[in-house]
Design a protein around this ligand. Structure first.
Ligand code: E4P
Length: 215
């Protein structure tokens, strides 16, 4: 399973990269707003750190506008993925970009049928939003399972990118189902290292070592 970091915060991305945990990055307009820096400069700074795919979200509302925006974004780094919202114009743009060999990420996916359409449009990645579905009383993980089944049935190469991850169990379950990628916020990435028994075990070993090392 690949780990992308779901952030536009350059320091967080650098730290996760230094831990060897970043295979790619996903950004969106909200994450760019939170990071508080210029969009282009932020993506360029991320691109200087990470070799893997960096998703940059388009804002255009027509296929032509999205396609034009994409031409600009691909100049911002060496491995830019064009993030496109799930709707008819978005998928039209995905087809155009796929014909040009430009990778895409279809975002805001909340149903298996939307994911099927994204695969038929030849999207590189599809982003089902787990946490936002859970928030409104649906089972986000079930969506990942349905998409995995459909993509396996028809041998689609579109990669399942589990998004809107809110806690470590989302990462665990997405991995068990066989999502290709999990895009994980920096604070959750850090939590993956921990287990209370590991922490307790380290504390005991350190205390015991102190006792015999001073003999
Ligand atoms: C990633 O591509 C998505 O934009 C992101 O995971 C959304 O997460 P959120 O639902 O926590 O905003």
């Amino acid at each position: 399973m690949q780990f992308f970091i779901d952030s536009a915060h350059v320091a967080d991305i650098q730290a996760a990269h230094d831990m060897g945990l970043v295979d790619g990055v996903t950004t969106n307009p909200t994450l760019i707003k939170k990071a508080g820096q210029d969009h282009k400069q932020t993506i360029q700074a991320i691109s200087a750190i990470v070799d893997g795919p960096i998703s940059v979200e388009t804002l255009g509302t027509t296929a032509d506008a999205i396609y034009k925006e994409a031409q600009e974004y691909v100049t911002w780094g060496t491995n830019i993925v064009i993030k496109v919202v799930m709707n008819a114009e978005g998928l039209k743009a995905v087809r155009l970009l796929a014909n040009d060999g430009i990778p895409t990420n279809v975002t805001l996916v909340f149903s298996p049928l939307q994911a099927l359409l994204a695969a038929k449009a030849n999207a590189t990645y599809v982003s089902p939003f787990l946490g936002r579905l859970d928030d409104v009383g649906y089972n986000g993980m079930e969506l990942i399972q349905h998409i995995r089944t459909i993509y396996t049935n028809y041998n689609y190469s579109t990669r399942i990118l589990a998004a809107s991850i809110r806690h470590p169990v989302h990462v665990l379950e997405a991995a068990r189902i066989g999502a290709d990628v999990a895009t994980v916020p920096a604070d959750i990435l850090k939590k993956l290292f921990h287990h209370p028994l590991t922490d307790a075990g380290i504390a005991t070993f350190m205390a015991d070592a102190k006792a015999w090392s001073s003999r």
